[in-house]
Write a protein that binds this ligand. Structure first.
Ligand SMILES: C[S@@+](CC[C@H](N)C(=O)[O-])C[C@H]1O[C@@H](n2cnc3c(N)ncnc32)[C@H](O)[C@@H]1O
Length: 280
């Protein structure tokens, strides 16, 4: 069958779903089924699909219609300069988190060995991106979720970094190993109240443990800052992702724990998103 009509049907099917990118979604799903890249599909509409491929495509369209994110259906997501394996056990890496990478690489020069800890590593996207940018860092990453650590290890292997990053299945509270030059974290920071209002694609599919930050969103941030204060070397840097309305709460806590605030960085929507601080 010619892909023209198949694509059109898939696209129309998605128009009334929660997808805001129905055309692209249909193209991505078809490209994964017929194993051609999206460009080929867009420019060569003479490509044919078999009956089985059509069946598989329709099944994927149904999953997308029900709100399942494209990244989970395709089992991959691009972040920074790399592709990461993702599944329902980890948060899908977000473009806003790339701001943390930008800030961290400014702080890590290419020569000296630096010890870096990623708290709440999820898919491992942060520590792996940093290790690829800076071959001289020694990475450690922790996560309370055992299944997330499995995913992070898959990604470390895929990016040939198994020997440079140590992964631990541990809560931030129970982790006492090492002293670090830089600690980086994108912890769960959404308040319990706001969780209820998240869109279906997030709430129904992404792991709650990666989103829920307690009554006012600060529960895990609090613990990350306190723990970092003990694990970081004097003069070491802390790079944190925060919620758009957490600037005052976080900077107050950082000061209380002996940090100097270097920078607050905004995201692409002009919201406060990242704090960089130095341990005094
Ligand atoms: C917002 S996700 C970030 C995932 C990944 N670093 C990223 O930026 O895409 C937060 C991660 O923190 C982990 N987490 C939640 N509570 C934790 C805790 N108390 N100790 C360690 N990790 C925790 C979750 O399992 C989740 O993987």
């Amino acid at each position: 069958m010619n892909i023209n009509s198949i694509l059109d049907d898939g696209y129309k099917d998605l128009i009334n779903s929660s997808s805001k990118t129905s055309k692209l979604d249909a193209e991505l799903l078809l490209s994964s089924v017929i194993k051609k890249n999206v460009k080929e599909i867009i420019f060569d509409r003479s490509i044919k699909a078999t009956k089985n491929q059509l069946k598989s495509f329709r099944a994927l369209i149904t999953r997308r219609k029900l709100g399942e994110p494209i990244a989970y259906i395709l089992k991959k997501k691009e972040f920074w300069k790399n592709i990461f394996y993702v599944d329902k056990n980890v948060l899908i890496p977000r473009p806003d988190t790339e701001i943390l990478i930008e800030e961290a690489i400014k702080l890590l020069n290419k020569k000296q060995t630096k010890f870096v800890l990623d708290i709440g590593t999820g898919s491992g996207c942060i520590i792996i991106s940093l290790a690829k940018e800076r071959p001289n860092i020694v990475g450690t990453a922790i996560d309370i979720s055992k299944s997330a650590i499995k995913v992070a290890k898959i990604n470390a292997k895929m990016h040939h970094l198994k020997n440079r990053i140590k992964f631990y299945n541990s809560s931030v509270d129970n982790f006492f190993k090492g002293k670090y030059d830089l600690i980086i974290s994108n912890p769960p920071y959404i308040s319990n109240l706001k969780i209820r209002y998240l869109v279906k694609d997030i709430l129904g599919f992404e792991p709650l443990v990666s989103l829920k930050g307690g009554p006012d969103g600060s529960a895990i941030l609090n613990r990350v800052i306190k723990k970092s204060s003990n694990l970081i070397k004097t003069g070491g840097k802390l790079v944190l992702e925060i919620g758009y309305d957490q600037r005052y709460m976080v900077t107050k806590l950082l000061k209380k724990e002996g940090f100097y605030i270097n920078r607050l960085v905004k995201d692409y929507a002009n919201n406060d998103r990242c704090v960089v601080a130095t341990k005094l």
